[in-house]
Design a protein around this ligand. Sequence first.
Ligand code: SF4
Length: 360
Amino acid sequence: MITRRKTNTVKVGNVKIGSNHPVVIQSMAKTDTKNIKATVKEINVLEKEGCELIRVAVKDMEGARAIREIKKEINIPLIADIHFNYKLAMEAIIRGADKIRVNPGNIYKKEELNKVISLSGEKKVPIRVGINSGSLPKAAGKNKELSDRMVSSLLKYLEYFEKKNFSDLIISLKASDVVSTIEAYRKVSKRCDYPLHLGVTAAGLPEDGTVKSSIGIGALLVDGLGDTIRVSLTGDSSDEIRVAKKILSSLNLRKFGPEIIACPTCGRCQVDLISIVKDLDRKLKRYTTYDIRHTKKPLIIALMGCEVNGPGEAKEADIGIAFGKDQGAIFKKGRIIKTVKAKDAINELLRLIGGWHGKA
Ligand code: SF4
């Protein structure tokens, strides 16, 4: 079982981040924030998928001003992502952003950063101090390991915020290199108690990004680190949410609906198990998007390619099917309860689990 690290708690809108609060899933809209209609549309799709916090890029004043209109049309807290221009951060806060993300290295003048800190404090808007490996200041120690350079750079900024009596902070240290990312978060977690936003940056196309994020974010979560996660994919933002949900549910940190376990098949399998699993996965989709935040008890369903090893190998499943040539043996907790024709097996299984969570 994973024991989560105790951190400060930071409130972003109505979502609490840190310590024993559930690890929060977030994503970033890929639209131009000025395009209010498209941004709202994307956020609403993500929200339906299970996104709990959304970040938008604020690259100009029009984008900062759009925040107020966007917020009227969405239900999840909004984070404004700011680089270089402190005035955009100020405007985003005034327009109702629930949190801002800054890379202090990109806001060069101290007096500008001071203004942002002071307004954030006044409006109780938390700040994520996000260090990216690509934008480390040159002075950050050329010969040190990347993770050490990231940590020392972040600690310097944190010290600055603390001197200004500002501690409503979430931190991140993302690199595109998975090992450096893991090392940086592990090191910084020993030096401060701020909640951690986890992610591997620029992780690439969905297949690469899924693997890198699962390893990077997953390793840290197993350590008990991490309070909110963002999976970065060069692809559909909905996939970021689906992968994030799968990472959390694989580690039993959150559960979002029934979980299918399936064997990889081998020479003993006499049915098209891949198609059968895909079919069930599709049919269960409505359970995974329905009532996402309230799903307490997951149902584990096993689909196994043969009767020889199937029920025994899938004992931990609540219910499952072990397929023979033309038939499917339906079992509960490893014990066969009935045998039906293979073609009817999925429908029978769905009938049997129909009462689960009150939706057939
Ligand atoms: Fe092979 Fe049967 Fe094991 Fe599936 S359950 S991998 S078909 S032995």
